[in-house]
Write a protein that binds this ligand. Structure first.
Ligand code: TXA
Ligand code: MG
Length: 318
């Protein structure tokens, strides 16, 4: 059902799930202090409970109520980028349920930059715990119809704000011993963060997986095997879908172009919808262009690499 903000806020406060748009992707929200409601998120998504949720708040003052300590860099980032696609992982207050943080001593917080998300947060008057509104491991939703496809059967309330504008999830930063560490590249480019607070550590996927539970090497995956060029499917596999940054010389059987002008911000906004289209088009494999790892290109490459097909190792073979 497409509820009004008032209906959606009331449903949240009753302990029901509400899907809502943010500027990055659609979220599947629950009242963050209602553990029964939060538990339903994990159930609806098939998400393991070791994977902590981001808590969305309406403003900085509401974030203060969740967090005990703010390193100076975190304060500057929040002041500069909120509302916006930046999530800060900070020491949590005792009242934040352990289910939300998967037992971590920290909580991930952000103020989303979307009028409907902010209206919902203000109307409900409580923080909203929300992961992306997709089944666990699958492609994140950038329209209300995407949410409906995967979660329509289990989520009654879906706020429709049209296609999201950023298209990839928020950038996540943590501050172990006060030093900034990039846990997930996302909607705020690393360059913009470093321009404000200086160098940020950017560990590889293995280290990230230990610092940010749920940052799994394989995620955001279409069901169709996806190859990042120059890797290609074995000969004879077809038809082929082509996920290209700009119109390519070898289009493939089904073509999705992310940005005719090669603009990485536009490409990020189209990435997940294009991946879904190819996945649903019946092709046997998807071949994707790598993009430069600058600006939003870093988040695009991260999502492509985690969506990429990994052959299953044959038992007994090393
Ligand atoms: O743009 C976004 O961030 C979207 C929208 C809905 O806000 N949300 C989103 O949530 O992408 P999700 O659940 O797909 O990703 C949250 C990730 C977790 O998988 C985990 O890696 C990290 O955030 N995270 C959350 N809490 C954390 C914590 N306390 N410590 C370390 N990492 C944490
Ligand atoms: Mg997600």
């Amino acid at each position: 059902m497409r509820p009004s903000i008032t209906q959606a806020a009331a449903a949240l406060l009753r302990g029901e799930l509400v899907a809502f748009p943010t500027e990055t992707v659609y979220g599947l929200g629950a009242h963050a202090f209602d553990e029964r409601a939060v538990a339903q998120i994990f159930e609806a998504k098939g998400r393991p409970t070791f994977d902590p949720l981001i808590v969305h708040v309406a403003d900085h003052a509401s974030a203060e109520l969740l967090v005990t300590e703010w390193p100076k860099a975190a304060r500057r980032l929040a002041a500069h980028f909120w509302p916006g696609p930046l999530t800060l992982v900070l020491p949590k207050r005792a009242e934040v349920p352990d289910l939300v943080t998967a037992g971590e001593p920290t909580v991930a917080v952000r103020v989303p930059a979307h009028p409907l998300a902010l209206a919902l947060l203000r109307a409900a008057g409580v923080p909203i715990a929300a992961p992306s509104a997709n089944l666990f491991g699958r492609i994140s939703p950038t329209t209300a119809a995407h949410v409906e496809e995967q979660l329509g059967g289990v989520v009654k309330w879906i706020l429709d704000g049209g296609p999201t504008t950023v298209g990839v999830e928020s950038t996540i930063l943590a501050f172990p011993e006060g030093r900034p560490v990039l846990l997930r590249p996302g909607g705020v480019p690393l360059e913009a963060i470093e321009a404000l607070i200086g160098p940020v550590e950017a560990p590889g996927p293995e280290v990230r997986a230990t610092m940010a539970p749920g940052q799994l090497p394989q995620h955001y995956a279409p069901r169709t095997p996806l190859y990042i060029l120059p890797r290609r499917p074995p000969p004879g596999v077809g038809p082929i879908g082509r996920l290209a940054l700009i119109p390519p010389a070898d289009p493939g059987d089904v073509l999705e172009v992310l940005s005719p002008s090669g603009d990485l911000t536009e490409a990020a906004a189209r990435l997940f919808a294009a991946m879904r289209k190819l996945d649903q088009s019946g092709v046997a494999a998807i071949v994707a262009d790598p993009v430069p790892a600058i600006g939003l290109g870093r988040a695009i490459m991260d999502r492509l690499q985690r969506a990429a097909f990994r052959p299953v190792a044959k038992p007994g073979l090393k």
